[in-house]
Every structure is written in C-alpha cells, then in structure tokens.
Design a protein around this ligand. Structure first.
Ligand SMILES: [Fe+2]
Length: 271
C-alpha cells in the first residue's frame, strides 16, 4: 500500500514560456478569494492587496525555472508509481462543473461502473496553445478506462455501514451541463455550462495522463465536493472519510496491491 499525490494546475503542464499567456485568463476568474478574510474579490482588488515582493518572481526566466522544477517532481512520481506497480488505485478528486451541477450535487460520490470514458476536450479553433496544452490532461484519445468495480462497490457498502452517506454512479450520460451558484460564502454568481459530452473529470485524468507512467491501472474514483457551497466537505469529514477508506481497503480480502492517489491543490483555483 502507498499514497501518491500532486497538484494539477495547468501551470504543471504549460511551459514557463506560456505562463503569461495562460495568466490572461486570471482577470476573468470569478472565484478569487482574499486570504484571510475569505471575501470574494475581483482580480484587480486581489492584485492591489498582493505582496509587492511577488513581482520579483513574475518573469519568464522564473517561470521556466519553476516549470522545470515541477517536471522533476512529476518524473519522481512516475518513477515511484512504476516501482510500486499497483493493481488498483483508489483516487480522491473534486468535480469542477464537469459531471455535477446544482440539480443534484453530491458531497461524496463513488463511481463503480466497469469503465469510465475518457474524452479529450474539444477546443475552440482560436484556443491558445497554452489552453490546448493544459486541456491535454483530459487525455489525447477517447477510451474506456478500467474501474475496479469490485473494490468500488465494497467501499460503497462498507462506508454506509460506517454511517457515511455515499452517492454512487455507475455509468456516464451522453451529455452533462447545468448551472452552479450563486450560493453561500464566496460563490456569489451563477455560472452556466452548456450540455456537452464529458468524460472522466480532470482530478482523475491528470494523474493517469501525467504520472501513471503509461500504465492502465484500474482506478476507484471517489469524488468529493471541495469547491462549491453549501454542501462542500468539511476538513474533519474529509479526514475521517480518508481514515475509513484506509480501514476498509486494509480489511478487503484481496491480494491486490492498492495505492491511494489524489490531485488538486490551491493552485487548481487557476483552472
Ligand atoms: Fe482542478
């Protein structure tokens, strides 16, 4: 058993030379929050309150240096993944207006179909190279990715035994779309997503495409709502969920080598 994790911000995929291009999206980000007040702010407000020392890190040489450092970290993850050579990967991830919307947004959901479709993102003809590179983490071809349905079902059943409310899903619809917000705290606007075909969310596809080292190891995708009030998961509940999942996997009667994995992180708010 082991555990691997990384961020999945586009800055981990987009070369440093293109960071400034990708950053042009930041001014349109509606989910910027000031620390420590928790107040939602505009890009300009956030910029005005930023530590001026950050300016010394905002140049192409620094971006290229940071990107290279990130690639070193990803290579270490790839190597470790291969060394462990897991039979199944239990993954934790969030969903950012991909499969879940306000018509029915679960706090915790486990997918237990036999496979989950991975779909490359369809880009607008005028999409920047930076955006194309960032979206490559959804995969470069359509394919049905294997799920360890047996362990996924075992987790669903055993978590219920432990008074943990679990949503489940076992197939993908042909299209997904809807709205999210406005809600409490920072989420003071509504954003709409047109119905579109959609496959595996990026929290799961990023590790597969970036540090599974080309291996098609079956996964168990556990989606937790980390982003959107009012039913986002609290840190204690997320922690206890992790403990419960660990115990359940420990007592699973199987010889399979299980690894835990997740991707996300604060930089993912740049998405
Ligand atoms: Fe993300």
């Amino acid at each position: 058993m082991g555990a691997l994790a990384s961020g999945h911000t586009p800055l981990m995929s987009v070369p440093g030379e293109l960071w400034s291009v990708y950053a042009q999206r930041d001014s349109r980000n509606r989910e910027l929050v000031q620390v420590p007040t928790g107040r939602r702010v505009s890009f300009d407000e956030l910029l005005a309150s930023a530590n001026p020392a950050i300016a010394s890190e905002v140049d192409e040489e620094a971006f290229k240096r940071k990107f290279q450092s990130i690639q070193g970290g990803l290579q270490a993850l790839r190597q470790r993944f291969s060394e462990i050579s897991p039979d199944v990967v239990v993954m934790f991830g969030d969903d950012q207006s991909e499969l879940f919307f306000d018509d029915n947004y679960p706090q915790i959901s486990i997918y237990w179909g036999e496979t989950m479709k991975m779909l490359p993102r369809v880009m607008a003809p005028d999409a920047s190279d930076a955006l194309r590179i960032a979206m490559a983490s959804y995969g470069d071809r359509e394919r049905d990715y294997p799920i360890d349905s047996e362990l996924a079902l075992h987790l669903i059943e055993q978590l219920q035994e432990r008074e943990c409310d679990i949503s489940h899903s076992r197939y993908l619809r042909s299209e997904y779309g809807g709205s999210i917000g406005p809600s409490t705290w920072y989420l003071d606007s509504q954003f709409e997503t047109e119905d579109r075909p959609f496959g595996m969310p990026h929290a799961f596809s990023y590790p597969i495409t970036n540090w599974f080292d080309g291996k098609e190891v079956p996964i168990v995708p556990i989606t937790i709502n980390t982003c959107y009030p009012p039913n986002w998961i609290s840190p204690p509940r997320a922690y206890n969920l992790g403990l419960a999942v660990r115990e359940i996997v420990d007592s699973w009667e199987s010889d399979k080598r299980v690894v835990f994995a997740c991707s996300g992180g604060v930089l993912a708010t740049l998405w």
